[in-house]
Design a protein around this ligand. Structure first.
Ligand code: VLZ
Length: 134
């Protein structure tokens, strides 16, 4: 049975988000607000098809993809860049490479116990977030 990340998840910790945002060139005012919010992840996993919503009082972000198929991602409302993104399973870790202007950019999701983990990385900076079921 493959892992199922589906569900509604509330953020319970957020490490190094500031560094990650700095690496993406997000401005001061946006960073100050963004680091205060505790986003919710709403994940729908249907075979290889995913919808991941990041919801917050400040901004929302939506990404939809099929595992193994590169897609055009526009990080609108985040750092507003275009990426060629590819999500694959790395064992039980759902891993995205976001090819574009920023080197070594992407994220990985996995479940450990009853928690959803997320690492987002960009140019050597790693933000680590944990979520629990709502
Ligand atoms: O998530 O890359 O689940 O797209 C913070 C949003 C998280 C709050 C943004 C406002 C990154 C930020 C979400 C304003 C600058 C992300 C992926 C993995 C799916």
């Amino acid at each position: 049975m493959p892992v199922d990340l589906s569900g509604t998840w509330n953020m319970v910790s957020n490490e190094n988000f500031e560094d990650y945002m700095l690496a993406l060139g997000i401005d001061f005012a946006t960073r100050k607000i963004a680091k205060m919010v505790k986003p919710q992840k709403v994940i729908r996993q249907n075979g290889d098809n995913f919808t991941i919503r990041t919801l917050s009082t400040f901004r929302n972000y939506l990404v939809q993809f099929k595992v193994g198929e590169e897609f055009d991602e526009d990080t609108k409302g985040l750092d507003n860049r275009k990426c060629k993104s590819l999500v694959t399973w790395d064992n039980d870790r759902l891993t995205c490479v976001q090819k574009g202007e920023k080197m070594n950019r992407g994220w990985t999701h996995w479940i450990d116990g009853d928690e959803l983990h997320l690492e987002m990385f960009c140019e050597g900076h790693v933000c680590k977030q944990r979520f629990q079921r709502a």
